[in-house]
Design a protein around this ligand. Structure first.
Ligand SMILES: N[C@@H](CCC(=O)N[C@@H](CS)C(=O)NCC(=O)O)C(=O)O
Length: 307
């Protein structure tokens, strides 16, 4: 099997979600460290414009969004499963955590006391560049204020604690599911906030669950340079995909695709794969060669290019 490459950086919560999944499944993976802010020329060479973190790569196939990457990892290593029997709403709970909980945790943690801890030792100009990078990235959203986020997070944490009250080890029962990983990366981020992590204090079961999740570790990463990853894309042949009929588009159409929430930079390409779950664009880059860029279908808008 061709190795799975994760393009990520240490402080990225969504990357932590996948790193913990690697730990859960005991997987080896190749680790490419990418910049925290734009420009990210090697990421863009692979994706064609999508700049969110992380992305995954297998040869000449590039996978965007952790919802899809989690399913890719599950296909490659089915046990232990992220989608256990008896927990059909696990992806729905995961989606809530990846959107609502995440965008509560970020403004909550990024209040001054949290920023001081998360960015400890970081020069002010770097902090300024980070803020300048993220402002347009999130401009399509109305961000919660600190009081908004504090109120919402207080309620969410109480609900999460209550779900664990019967002594279950994971949110949806005796087996971990994708929902646990999506909640874990959010609370991992709150824990990084020093004094602001006090909001977690009243919740003993949630604390024990978080410890258990983070103890899963990251599997076995092996460093890879970005240049080597690009060379692997250029040397590879993308997997064959199909466009299902009746979904509003046809194979071979020139389309653009973008996220509908934030970080909405479009990717242009030729539609080569489409199902209810996934959309795949073929595009060619000078350095990455011809790649297939895969996106989840949910949460993305596809538009046919006007010719
Ligand atoms: N829906 C995306 C969200 C990814 C996301 O928002 N990632 C954050 C970092 S954890 C990001 O892209 N920040 C801006 C950046 O890294 O350039 C996913 O599940 O992968």
């Amino acid at each position: 099997m061709q190795p799975l490459i994760l393009h990520h950086y240490d402080g990225s919560p969504f990357s932590e979600k996948l790193r913990l999944i690697f730990g859960f499944k005991g997987l080896a993976w190749l680790s490419v460290k990418i910049p925290v802010i734009m420009p990210k020329p090697d990421v863009i060479a692979l994706t064609g414009g999508y700049r969110k973190t992380p992305i995954a790569q297998v040869g000449a196939d590039v996978y965007c969004d952790t919802a899809l990457i989690a399913r890719l990892i599950e296909q490659r290593a089915p046990t232990p499963s992220l989608f256990p029997h008896g927990a059909p709403l696990a992806p729905v709970l995961a989606q809530w955590a990846d959107s609502t909980l995440f965008w509560t945790v970020i403004p909550y943690t990024m209040q001054p006391a949290g920023v001081a801890q998360v960015f400890k030792g970081v020069p002010p100009e770097v902090l300024k560049a980070f803020a300048a990078d993220r402002a347009p990235f999130t401009a399509t959203m109305r961000r919660q204020t600190v009081p908004d986020a504090t109120a919402a997070l207080t309620g969410y944490l109480a609900d999460l604690e209550a779900q664990l009250a019967d002594g279950r080890p994971y949110f949806l029962g005796t087996a971990a599911s994708i929902a646990d990983f999506s909640i874990a990366h959010c609370l991992w981020y709150v824990r990084r906030g020093g004094p602001v992590a006090d909001i977690l204090q009243p919740h003993a079961r949630l604390a024990a669950w978080t410890d258990r999740m983070l103890a899963m570790g990251h599997g076995t990463p092996q460093p890879l340079s970005s240049a080597d990853a690009l060379a692997m894309a250029a040397a590879g042949t993308p997997v064959a995909t199909a466009v299902q009929e009746g979904l509003g588009f046809e194979a071979g159409q020139a389309v653009t695709l973008c996220a509908t929430d934030y970080g909405t930079d479009p990717v242009a390409g030729v539609l080569v794969g489409l199902s209810h779950h996934e959309a795949v664009l073929r595009r060619t880059d000078e350095r990455a060669g011809t790649v297939h860029v895969h996106f989840p279908r949910a949460g993305y808008q596809i538009r046919q290019e006007q010719t």
